[in-house]
Design a protein around this ligand. Structure first.
Ligand SMILES: *[C@@H]1O[C@H](CO)[C@@H](O)[C@H](O)[C@H]1NC(C)=O
Length: 474
């Protein structure tokens, strides 16, 4: 270990709050339910908050991973022995995975290279620097202020400074423990500003982008300094003692349940001790108000087409609306277009590193949810092309995705996004002349705003899974 790394670790430890939550010797068990009875046993077990399920979906023959604190391990193991279901230990010490995740390369490049995860201060410093280096096209923007008074920083990228531009917005880090999200969003910013690939250049230069890597800065800070598994913001007005879990869990609101569109309809909680606590009322939180106000503000500056929210994990592209499933999904305007754009994007994503992504509404492929940011953007702000990405992986490491996987994750996402932009443009949502192609007669194709089923619709209805759980990702 060289001096620089030792200094970093010392600083990190010194910065750590006295109530740092250690996951030392927490084990993760894998159980594969082999009949409906075993599925039911696991679903019942999930109601006990001392068992942290790493998976959102408990289904027949799927790997179900459960994290257990040292003090509960004996009881847990005895229980599964007594009912004759094998529970295999897949991780012996969760804290070791967390320590691995904050490790820095011994020799770090001067410029950030996505080989490790950045802290909040480092992300903000990186943003400031990249904006200074590209000050002709990029500006630092302030989205608003968090509960604890932190500024939510982002960047606006505008190459052409034209009237009535096509506009897109990207949100990262609304759930703080999903570290791959900010690491993806900073990568997209960097690609838009520095890539020499002609397709990236096209997407960067023809659309005005507003990009925010960490919209929940208090939570993200907390995951580095207090509790790696923190998901919500740090709003403490609803504190309440919690049975079977640490009381601190009630010091936060799930920002992705706090938005004012079918708020509290489904898949959200009014219990502050829940991970999916939606807050005392819709838009009770400054972070969710800041996002929604900003969307409405930039919407007036041109043709706002895109909104992408990045989460982890599950490898999915979720299409609005999250509370709908089955035939009801077509109640979202231009659902069929959004579905087809995502399917075609994910073909290109897969071509990069052979990673499979599923596409559908959360109600169809994950679980029903309401009050999320992207559903609000679709349902109230009426932006046409809106998605929530659940990035890598599918539960092997979950939120503790090793840093070596950041770059392949980012490369495949970039490939997917480029294709999605191309398909959206070809569907006629906007016209931008591709200078590498011979000029065609101007066409005025109206984007479909009604729910006209497209080619992708058949597969939609075949996927039908609903689950609720403690370790929610959306
Ligand atoms: C522009 O057209 C060229 C030639 O057809 C093609 O190779 C390229 O991918 C197109 N660019 C975009 C961004 O669609």
């Amino acid at each position: 270990m060289i001096l620089k790394e030792i200094i970093f670790l010392v600083v990190l430890v010194a910065a750590v709050n006295a109530d740092y939550v250690s996951y030392k010797n927490y084990k993760v068990y894998k159980i594969v339910p082999k009949n409906e009875n075993e599925v039911q046993i696991l679903l019942d077990l999930r109601k006990q908050p001392q068992y942290y399920f790493w998976n959102d979906i408990v289904s027949l023959y799927s790997d179900v991973k459960i994290m257990v604190a040292p003090k509960n391990q004996e009881e847990f193991e005895n229980y599964f022995k007594s009912i004759n279901i094998p529970a295999e230990v897949v991780f012996n010490d969760v804290q070791k995975l967390i320590d691995d995740q904050v490790k820095r390369p011994v020799r770090r490049n001067v410029v950030y290279d996505w080989t490790y995860y950045l802290t909040l201060d480092e992300i903000n410093a990186w943003l400031t620097r990249i904006v200074e280096e590209h000050s002709d096209v990029a500006t630092l923007v302030n989205l608003g202020t968090s509960v604890e008074g932190r500024t939510i920083w982002g960047v606006k990228i505008d190459y052409k400074k034209e009237e009535n531009p096509v506009i897109g917005m990207i949100e990262g880090g609304i759930h703080s423990r999903e570290w791959i999200s900010p690491a993806t969003v900073t990568y997209i910013i960097n690609e838009f500003l520095t890539s020499t690939d002609e397709n990236v250049r096209f997407m960067a230069e023809n659309i005005v982008w507003h990009i925010f890597p960490v919209v929940n800065p208090d939570g993200y800070y907390y995951t580095f300094n207090n509790n790696r598994m923190w998901r919500k913001n740090r709003g403490k007005d609803n504190f309440t003692p919690c049975a079977n879990v640490a009381d601190d869990i009630s010091n936060g609101i799930d920002l992705n349940r706090n938005f004012g569109f079918v708020w509290m309809l489904t898949g959200a909680s009014q219990n502050p001790c829940a991970e999916t606590y939606a807050g005392p009322s819709e838009f009770s939180e400054p972070e969710s108000r800041a996002i929604s106000n900003y969307v409405l503000y930039i919407k007036n500056q041109g043709r706002m087409i895109y909104y992408f929210a990045f989460h982890s994990y599950s490898q999915m592209v979720l299409v609005p609306y999250s509370h709908l499933s089955g035939y009801d999904v077509i109640n979202a305007p231009n659902y069929a277009d959004m579905y087809e754009i995502a399917i075609r994007g994910m073909d290109k994503l897969k071509a990069k590193h052979n990673t499979d992504y599923q596409v559908g509404t959360s109600g169809d492929i994950l679980y029903e949810v309401s009050g999320s940011s992207f559903d609000w953007v679709k349902g109230v702000a009426e932006i046409p092309i809106v998605y929530l990405f659940e990035l890598r992986d599918v539960g092997e490491f979950g939120f503790l995705l090793p840093a070596e996987r950041i770059i392949p994750n980012n490369e495949e996402i970039m490939a997917g996004l480029l294709e999605m932009e191309r398909v959206t443009r070809n569907m006629g949502y906007y016209n931008i002349q591709n200078e590498s192609e011979p000029a065609t007669l101007p066409t005025t194709v109206e984007p479909s705003t009604t729910a006209a089923p497209g080619s992708g619709m058949k597969t939609v209805f075949s996927v039908f899974l609903i689950a609720l759980c403690l370790f929610v990702t959306l």
